[in-house]
Write a protein that binds this ligand. Sequence first.
Ligand code: UD1
Length: 417
Amino acid sequence: MDSIIIQSGPTLNGKVRVSGAKNSSLPLLFSTLLAPGAHKFSNVPELKDITSTAELLKSLNCGFSQKGNDVEVLVEDAKNPEAHYDLVRKMRASVLSLGPLLARYGFARVSLPGGCAIGARPINLHLEAMEKMGATIKIVDGYVEAKADKLKGTVISFDGVTVTGTENVMMAAVLAEGETVLENAAKEPEVLDLANYLIKMGAKIQGAGSSIIKITGVNALKPSTHKVMADRIEAGTLLIAGAITGGEVEVVGIEPVLIAALTQKMSECGFKFSIQKDSIKVHALSKWHGADVTTAPYPDFATDLQAQYMALMTVAHGTSIISETVFENRFMHVTELMRLGADITPKTKIAVVRGRPGGLVGAPVMATDLRASASLVLAGLVAKGETKVSRIYHLDRGYEKLEEKLSSLGAKIRRVN
Ligand code: UD1
């Protein structure tokens, strides 16, 4: 199993290009199941989660080829519209196959994903919405079995904001009979990116990116081409990498508004930014202050940046309180950061971080989930001596060539087996 070894010291400086978004690529790739033929995407990151999606699509009789960041999915009829447990357990976003399969075949059998390191993560909101659209849903042997000769448009008011739930139901609704209105829909930019592709395929969707989405069902869709949007979480992680080392890093290929909640928070800490149309540069700062943060759905502070921001707070001047409101158990990185010398008191939904500028010391640590891994790498950049982060298969699920990108900025980082 691979590990990453980081030597502290260098200040990171320079320009780095952000990759395509994992959380946009996954729903886009699953949306291909809605229309037979060849779908073409560019800017798809080379990641473990994309390989897992490819495996699932292949099991559904699709051709899948990736050359660098270009992907072609050749969709043919699936004999058996099923997402097997062996594939779903590797990646919970596989549940995004449910909406498209049900809409196209009138039947789908998709394994329940189960819990994960950051919480129970049920899919009740996905299922309730599809039931409201006329689907009969049964749970049989750990699988969701959904059936509907023809889904029918209706008004769905989500009890909570769910990103993949919004995406799944939007994909189910594009081939449904009549109009579906999604209220309290997720406003994440990745939902909009998916809607833009569905529209290219011939879907009728209004309001994606806002909390009310209207979808008028059509009879059939056709494949199209699409460039995946930039990964705002990777962009934020790279900016924090520059900031935590006191360097000047410019992240290129990202619309700055997509990470405004992070840059506003970092401005409160004292950081200054140069903002261009598609790039953002953090300026070098030797001393920054702690600032409290609360995660919430977009456009507020992303839960997917909470762990990385916490790493920055561990070496800030002063105390910060980090509140996690999206997931119930997303502080697994806290005890690992404490192994590096961070002073953190975790409570149920908050963590109190007493910053210790220059106070981290390298140690072996273990990644527990995707964003936690990134947080440990960031802390490793400034923890005196050597930090070894093991179980980095989590990192490979969602960050494209992170070590290469950090090395290009001057980090001393290498992968070992
Ligand atoms: C997506 C992102 C993930 C991000 C998360 C929140 C993808 C592939 N993943 O995950 O990186 O951290 O959004 O921004 O896009 N919930 C329910 N019932 C449901 C669905 C969700 O109770 O049916 C709860 C979850 O347990 C969680 C909260 O709602 O507490 C938000 O989850 P959700 O937005 O659904 O996260 P994902 O879509 O799985």
